[in-house]
Each structure stands twice: as structure tokens, then as C-alpha cells.
Design a protein around this ligand. Structure first.
Ligand code: ISL
Length: 536
């Protein structure tokens, strides 16, 4: 089996916010085509597109009406084919988003094939990810249907074999067109406990995260839809543990190549969930990433990410989006990209784009945010408190338009953007990428290093300075190569011992290396030592 995806870096595009070619304020496929040279310049190997299928956009395309049609706002199938060709011509690959836990309620199946969905006479107490119950009463059928997400996203009934075969056929249709893989939306939720028991305080997740038949379904999908193609697959899996991950990604298991864990994204929240803000305690992050690095070593494969279209911007979250924005953006990139796994960059991350803080709820667009706001306001929680959570955690932080240049609307559109541009675009945009110290250039170097040095792909991970609350440091070792990475997650200057090897990359223009290293605010340094055995 070719494992090109182990040396690849993936770049995620959220098409709605990437580049608008026709002035309607919504990003589109021709917009993406116009930026393929930019992506090739960055050096990424694989592009992952958030959904571009026909959709009424209740959840920006994650509610699919027709799996084999392109969303009219984004263009046509001809545009798609042209884009795919343009991507391949530049030596890159394309991964599609596969959303098959649910469809839109406007999908033709919802009326014509009710047996493809999940119906009950009585709802249980499960609560939706997007607030309220997971059950919606349907007048025509006089029954409730299940929707883990919005009521316009009814869950598919994976117990139905005919449905599964239709999905596999649709997947083959895209693969035959030449796409190079799938990112599978909430794919560990497709198998539900068929007793549908109530959850504790409405939490149904133990009854559908990594459910009873999920491995059987994925092995079937692999055999019927994936095995004949040289592709990459990544499963989005909230609530998957490292034990689950070994089953999903073990090479003998014929399921998926890798999964997205959520554990490291949940460390800065309180017991009630993402909106309950809690500062990150760095040792928790180190311990968690260590667990995934060590436990999957030789047994599975990690995906590495700080950002995506659902997460706030990492530089605002774990870094410093004020005076040390560039330094901390590069430090966070260093910390992630020298780990074992396949790194994912989310559009704008390579520019150090930051969170946005709209002052009015009317400026927000995301259904999760808006539903939560409405529900909690009705419970009497003050506007200011909710806005504070939204500023820190809302998904729209990631969805403001890509900042291309300092012209109006950051060069994203000639029209009125569907969501406001982050007002900091005159200072933070892609036009400065030519400058030697740009965040973009730094990402470009990291991407190139991954291709050159096998130790990045293969080396064993060892955490250093475990209890330190400001420094994240580790080594990666193979028989003859060693990397030592130091990252200062704080503004406080620190001294650490100088490791063996030469300085491979650092995020300050000059680095003071003597007997010890003086790590400046948010400084990151990576040292490389070859023929380690001989020297030791
Ligand atoms: O974003 C979340 C928490 O803030 C998650 O609950 C998120 O909804 C979950 O990770 C699933 O995400 C995926 O499926 C959703 C879609 O809204 C997300 O954009 C997608 O990434 C439903 O399709």
C-alpha cells in the first residue's frame, strides 16, 4: 500500500469563505481555482474541501440535498471538474467532505424513502448538538424523526442495507471522477444503540459515539467503496479515545487511515461544555498529545490539527493575538508540525488569522451559535456573558472571509460578504507573504521539512519537562536521527539546556545559543541531530 498521506500536509478550504469570483458575497469554485497557485506556493499536498454539494445551507452545506450536484452558489459540475484538473495539474490531491450521518430534510430520500431515516412514536431525552431535543415531530407521519444536529439534518438509518449500498455507490461515483479521498463527517455516530435509551441529563452520546456496529459498517464501506482506490480517509470522531483510534486506523483493520480526535480541543472548557470557558493548563495539553503520540505509535496514525471550520483560531486561543501574534502563530505551528501524524492547516491559519469579536448577535451566522444564544437568553443568561463565550469559542471565528489583501473586504469579494470580514484585515493578510518573516513563509518551511526528514514521519516521541506550565518540549527519535523541539507557550523568557544537533528552524530571526538557550516570549526552536548513535 502506498502511504503518501503520511508525508503529506493537508489544507482545508471552507469554500463559502475562501474566495468569491462573481461578487455575490459567497466564496465559490472559480474563486478556489483562482487561488490554486497560492496553495501550490504554500506547498501543501492535499486540499480538503468542506461540502460543495447542493444544500439549503441550514448548516452551510453540512445539510446535503443532493450528493451528486454542486451547490448553485458555488458553481457547476463543470467548474468542479476544472478545479479537480487544476489541482491535479499542480501535483496536489483533493479530498471531499463526506456527510453521511445525516442529509438535509430537503433530500429527496426524506420524502421518498422514509425507511432511510430513524422514526419513533415517542422521543427519548437526547439533546441536540445544536440545542433542543434531537427529535422533531412530523405532522404527516405522526412520528418523530431523529436529528443529532439541526432539525433540518435528519439522521440516516445505517441499519438499512439498501441505504448503505446507495452511499457506497455515491462514494464510488466521486472516486471514479478522480477525487483522492474523503473526510468523513461525524462518522463515529452512524451506529446507534437500537434501544435508544435515555441519556444521563439528556446526554445521548454514550449511545451513539462509537456505537455497536460502527466498525462493521466501516469495514463494509472499506470493502465496497474504498479498497480499490489509492486514496486517503480521515474520520471526524468526537468522543473517540486512543483505544477506539487504534481500531479505526490500525492498518490490518481495513477501516480508515486516520481520525480527528477532539480531546485536545476540549481542554479549555468546563464540565458543561464548550461555552463554559476555562483557561488551558499547558501540562494537560502536553499529556494529552503525548498519549495520542505514544499510544498510536506503530499501531495507527494521527491527524494533527489546531484549527478547522468549527474551532476558534488557535493564535487567539492558545497563543497571543496581540504583540506576539506572529511569534505565537509560528510557535504553535512548530509544536504541531513536528509531531507524528498528518498535519492539517485551516485556511488563514498560515497567515496567523485571529478570532473576531462582533458586538451584535446579528452579525453572527452559525446555527450552533444562534440556537445556543436564543436558548440561553430565554433561560435568562445575560447577553454579555453569552457574547464572551461566542467571542472565544463560536464557530464563526473560523468562518470570516479569508484575508487576501488590504483592499476592501480583504480582497475576498467585490460584493457584500455573507459574513463580515474581520476588521483586522488591513494588517493581517496574504499580501505580506513575500516578507521573509511572514507566518506563511514559516509554514512553507515546515511543510518542506516534513518531506525531507524521515524522523518527522517515523520518529518515536518523548515528552520533556513534563510538569512545566510554560514550555512544551519533546524529542522525536529514529535509529540515526533526532529532533528536539522547544516551544515557549508564554510571554515569560525562560532558560533551557541546549540540546545536541544544529538549529533546524526557529521563529525569531536570531537565536542566542550558548550553554543554555534563552527562550524569548513564544519562542520555538527545533534542533536536528543525525547519526545520533555514532555521536553518543
Ligand atoms: O462544532 C462542534 C462543537 O462546537 C461540534 O459539536 C460539531 O458540530 C461536531 O464536531 C460535528 O461537526 C461536523 O458535523 C456537523 C457540522 O455542523 C460541523 O461543521 C462538522 O464539522 C454536522 O454535520
Amino acid at each position: 500500500m502506498t502511504e503518501w498521506w503520511k508525508k503529506s500536509t493537508v489544507y482545508q478550504i471552507y469554500p463559502r469563505s475562501f474566495m468569491d469570483s462573481d461578487g455575490d458575497g459567497i466564496g465559490d469554485i472559480q474563486g478556489i481555482i483562482s487561488k490554486l497557485d497560492y496553495l501550490a506556493e504554500l506547498g501543501v499536498d492535499v486540499l480538503w474541501l468542506s461540502p460543495v454539494y447542493d444544500s439549503p445551507n441550514d448548516d452551510n452545506g453540512y445539510d446535503i440535498r443532493d450528493y451528486q450536484k454542486i451547490m448553485s452558489e458555488f458553481g457547476t459540475m463543470d467548474d468542479f471538474d476544472q478545479m479537480l484538473q487544476g489541482i491535479h495539474a499542480r501535483g496536489m490531491r483533493l479530498v471531499m467532505d463526506l456527510v453521511v450521518n445525516h442529509t438535509s430534510d430537503e433530500h429527496v430520500w426524506f420524502t421518498e424513502r422514509p425507511d432511510y431515516y430513524i422514526w419513533k412514536n415517542e422521543p427519548n431525552n437526547w439533546r441536540s448538538f445544536f440545542s433542543g431535543s434531537t427529535w422533531q415531530f412530523d405532522e404527516a407521519r405522526q412520528q418523530y424523526y431523529l436529528h443529532l444536529f439541526s432539525k433540518k439534518q435528519p439522521d440516516l438509518n445505517w441499519e438499512n442495507e439498501e441505504l448503505r449500498d446507495e452511499i457506497y455507490q455515491m462514494m464510488r461515483w466521486w472516486l471514479d471522477k478522480g477525487v483522492d479521498g474523503f473526510r468523513m463527517d461525524v462518522i463515529n455516530m452512524i451506529s446507534k444503540d437500537q434501544d435508544f435509551p435515555d441519556g444521563i441529563e439528556g446526554d445521548g452520546t454514550p449511545h451513539f459515539f462509537n456505537g455497536p456496529r460502527v466498525h462493521e459498517f466501516l469495514q463494509e464501506m472499506n470493502a465496497k467503496a474504498l479498497a480499490d482506490y489509492d486514496i486517503v480517509t480521515v474520520g471526524e470522531m468526537p468522543g473517540a479515545t486512543t483505544e477506539d483510534a487504534k481500531l479505526y486506523t490500525g492498518s490490518e483493520r481495513n477501516e480508515l487511515n486516520m481520525i480527528f480526535t477532539f480531546e485536545h480541543m476540549n481542554l479549555d472548557e468546563g464540565p458543561s461544555g464548550k461555552w463554559e470557558l476555562q483557561p488551558l493548563h499547558l501540562p494537560d495539553l502536553k499529556e494529552n498529545l503525548e498519549k495520542w503520540q505514544v499510544e498510536l505509535f506503530g499501531k495507527g496514525w494521527n491527524s494533527l490539527y489546531w484549527n478547522n471550520h468549527d474551532q476558534p483560531r488557535i493564535v487567539s486561543r492558545f497563543g497571543n493575538d496581540g504583540p506576539y501574534r506572529k511569534e505565537s502563530a509560528k510557535m504553535l505551528a512548530t509544536c504541531l508540525h513536528f509531531l507524528q501524524g498528518t498535519p492539517y492547516i485551516y485556511q488563514g491559519e498560515e497567515l496567523g488569522m485571529t478570532n473576531v469579536a462582533f458586538s451584535s448577535i446579528d452579525e453572527y451566522r452559525d446555527i450552533e451559535t444562534l440556537n445556543m444564544y436564543q436558548e440561553k437568553r430565554a433561560q435568562g443568561i445575560p447577553h454579555e456573558e453569552l457574547l464572551e463565550s461566542i467571542h472565544a469559542k463560536g464557530r464563526d471565528n473560523a468562518r470570516t472571509p479569508m484575508q487576501w489583501d488590504a483592499s476592501e473586504n480583504a480582497g475576498f469579494t467585490k460584493g457584500e460578504p455573507w459574513i463580515s470580514v474581520n476588521p483586522n484585515y488591513p494588517d493581517i493578510n496574504a499580501a505580506d507573504r513575500e516578507e521573509e518573516d511572514s507566518v506563511f513563509n514559516y509554514y512553507r518551511k515546515l511543510i518542506a521539512l516534513r518531506k525531507d526528514l524521515d524522523v518527522i514521519t517515523e520518529g518515536e516521541f518523548n515528552l520533556l519537562h513534563r510538569a512545566d506550565e510554560e514550555i512544551f518540549a519533546y524529542t522525536r527519535k529514529t535509529a540515526d536521527e533526532q529532533l528536539t523541539v522547544y516551544c515557549n507557550f508564554s510571554e515569560t523568557p525562560r532558560e533551557v539546556p541546549l540540546p545536541k544537533g544544529r538549529l533546524l528552524i526557529g521563529n525569531y530571526p536570531d537565536s542566542a545559543l550558548q550553554e543554555t538557550i534563552g527562550l524569548r516570549p513564544y519562542e520555538a526552536l527545533c534542533f536536528y541531530d543525525k547519526d545520533r548513535k555514532v555521536k553518543e
